[in-house]
Design a protein around this ligand. Structure first.
Ligand code: PBG
Length: 325
């Protein structure tokens, strides 16, 4: 008598068999590298809470983008760190603002090889650190912010950005920006709606990366981490408003939301493996508690398995190198 009759382990017996039956793949073209460019610096400045990540100068940004392209990464997402901030984030839609200058530089340098993407949000440019402009009572004014976003969208499109990352979580932002772009002849500029962006503790290191001025929190516009249906609702709204792609963010704490969004919409779904997710794996690896490369690749594969068509990750260039080797 042979027992058991059913042996799932048969499919795991060798590397060759495992490779043949693996359900999920990870390719370098599915990785997007977030990058920070800071105004007025001549050399890159390391970010202490994100070992291996830096605030770039224009020069080091160009070099890092070339490295990403050569490694086979699919795109880069640019964040600007301006020297001066004000209440309405004037640096964001200034054609000479750091983000717009850097965008034009990258488009001319690597624009054929990479999808050059720009973060469209005011938080890096405002002196209060919120993602929008404030009303008299100090609350974030949704509709006044949309006006600013439309102006920022035009500045980024004019700088040559291929794809705008709408990360501000204002109601109606996808529809307003789409309308504004189309009216000015930018019908081909792609829009990524940060549909399910949660008010997460895992953005901590990013705040250092952009020298954030934020007092308080973003819970009146970003989603409550307890809410799954609401994330799905936001994704459906963004798709209906004309988003080309939707985002779930952060990634690893929200894989259930990611799966549901993937099953519900008919456009690409991306996930953002955020700064805190990066910092956790780096810190544990630095202590010798986990195998860094294996943990990084497992985290990326898990995000793909949950439904992400592409992943924003600070390891994009390095992971692409590993995938090539
Ligand atoms: C806001 C923005 C944030 C991140 C990306 N865009 C921070 C926030 O919402 O507070 C976080 C990214 C990360 O943590 O890696 N424009």
């Amino acid at each position: 008598m042979s027992f058991p009759e059913i042996r799932p382990r048969r499919l795991r017996q060798s590397t060759a068999v495992r490779n043949l039956v693996r359900e999920t793949s990870l390719e370098s073209r599915q990785l997007v590298l977030p990058m920070f460019v800071r105004e007025g610096i001549a050399e890159a400045v390391p970010i202490s809470s994100m070992p291996g990540v830096a605030q770039h100068s224009l020069d080091s940004l160009r070099r890092a983008a070339v490295d990403a392209a050569e490694a086979g990464v699919g795109g880069v997402m640019l964040f600007g760190v301006p020297a001066v901030r004000d209440a309405v984030g004037s640096g964001a839609d200034d054609p000479d603002g750091i983000l717009n200058i850097a965008t034009a530089a990258l488009v001319s340098e690597v624009g054929d090889a990479l999808v050059v993407q720009t973060d469209l949000c005011l938080d890096e440019f405002t002196d209060h650190g919120h993602c929008g402009v404030l009303a008299e009572d100090g609350s974030v004014d949704n509709d006044a912010t949309l006006e600013r976003y439309m102006s920022m969208a035009l500045a980024q499109a004019r700088a040559g950005s291929h794809l705008l990352g709408l990360s501000g979580m204002m109601d109606g932002q996808v529809a307003a920006i789409r309308r504004g772009l189309d009216a000015e002849g930018f019908a081909d500029t792609l829009l990524l709606g940060y549909a399910a962006k949660y008010a997460s503790a895992f953005y901590g290191p990013f705040r250092e990366a952009v020298d954030s001025q934020l007092q308080g929190d973003r819970r009146t516009y970003q989603l409550d981490p307890g809410n799954r249906r609401e994330g799905l609702r936001e994704a459906l709204i963004d798709e209906a408003e004309g988003a080309d792609i939707v985002m779930v963010k952060p990634a690893m704490g929200f894989l259930d939301v990611l799966r549901e969004v993937r099953d519900a919409v008919h456009i690409p779904v991306w996930a953002y493996q955020v700064s805190g997710e990066y910092a956790m794996i780096e810190a544990a690896s630095a202590n010798g508690w986990i195998d860094r490369r294996a943990a990084v690749m497992e985290s990326l594969l898990s995000i793909r398995r949950a439904g992400a068509d592409a992943v924003l990750t600070y390891w994009a260039t390095e992971a692409a190198g590993w995938l090539r080797d």
